[in-house]
Ligand binder design. Structure first.
Ligand SMILES: NC(=O)c1ccc[n+]([C@@H]2O[C@H](COP(=O)([O-])OP(=O)(O)OC[C@H]3O[C@@H](n4cnc5c(N)ncnc54)[C@H](OP(=O)(O)O)[C@@H]3O)[C@@H](O)[C@H]2O)c1
Length: 267
């Protein structure tokens, strides 16, 4: 069945690939970007900055000039704030939450009245494996994604009442523009020099060797068709093993991360 689908962050990475594929399949797709004029795409692009209250409000008014009903919201927009916790300013952390957490929720709130009125709908949110476990150098990013997990788990119960389905996709590292668009900690504390170098080398390795995003796109495409999806969908090589280890043997998980990081030389 052809659906009307909103994909946030459709200018790049996962969002662009999913929106393009959905469009090819004949669905009506609305994508968003902070700069829609920069992107010539086969689907309609609207302006949206999820971190900006006015932009979210304006978007809410604009969206329904282009569509009359909505089947699916794919909450995908987000960015990556990296850096050691103490070297990251609280303001940087707040901004990370303004986009990844509050922005996602504000936009979801714009659509909920429509979904409730229709008595159907689906919300797929792109979280991260770092919303289910965490590693160093990503305290605020991981926290923002953990927060989404908690929020949507609760919302899923409440929307069941209205036949509105809620699911999360939790990718491991995949090749997109996430690293290029990332923000890093603003301050440097000398005590961390050696550790920071090792952690950066570890993180750079992960990103440099990250696979192509096909498994994430395939997971989202299957979820689009799934009438009654389960909540959580971790994606990536070894994701379920990592999750099982950190759930049932946290000390072993922690030791293996510490060992991996210590194997990198600090320069
Ligand atoms: N790549 C990975 O390894 C990975 C792993 C786990 C989770 N994720 C998550 O996957 C999602 C997509 O990321 P990606 O990897 O595809 O990265 P990407 O290529 O950098 O794409 C990010 C998208 O988010 C949009 N965006 C960023 N800030 C925004 C804001 N304030 N308001 C509206 N849109 C905003 C960008 O659009 P404009 O710049 O055009 O506005 C862009 O389209 C993110 O939520 C990310 O946390 C990625």
């Amino acid at each position: 069945m052809k659906q009307t689908i909103l994909v946030t962050g459709a200018s790049s990475g996962f969002g662009l690939m999913v929106a393009t594929q959905l469009c090819k399949q004949g669905h009506t797709v609305i994508g968003t970007s902070r700069n829609p004029e920069k992107h010539q795409l086969p689907f309609k692009m609207l302006a949206l900055d999820i971190a900006d209250d006015n932009s979210v409000k304006d978007f809410g008014k604009e969206l329904f000039k282009h569509i009359s009903q909505i089947d699916l919201l794919i909450n995908n927009a987000g960015y990556y704030l990296s850096g050691l916790a103490e070297e990251t300013t609280i303001e940087q952390g707040r901004q990370q939450f303004e986009t990844n957490f509050w922005g996602t929720i504000k936009l979801t709130n714009v659509l909920l009245p429509y979904f409730r009125k229709q008595r159907f709908g689906k919300i797929i949110t792109v979280g991260s494996i770092m919303g289910l476990l965490n590693v160093p150098d990503a305290s605020y990013y991981g926290a923002s994604k953990h927060a989404l997990e908690g929020y949507f788990k609760s919302l899923r119960f409440e929307l069941n009442e209205f036949n509105i389905k809620v699911a999360m996709v939790e990718p491991m590292g995949f090749k997109t523009n996430l690293l290029h668009s990332s923000v890093t900690a603003e301050t440097k504390i000398n005590d961390y020099d050696s550790y920071r170098n090792k952690v950066s080398a570890f993180a750079n390795d992960l990103f440099t060797n990250a696979p192509e995003p096909t498994p994430v796109i395939n997971t989202i495409m299957k979820l689009v068709e799934n009438k009654n999806p389960k909540f959580s969908h971790p994606v990536g090589k070894g994701a379920s093993v990592f999750l099982a280890i950190q759930l049932f043997a946290y000390k072993a998980f922690e030791s293996s991360v510490i060992k991996k990081i210590n194997n990198y030389k600090s320069n």
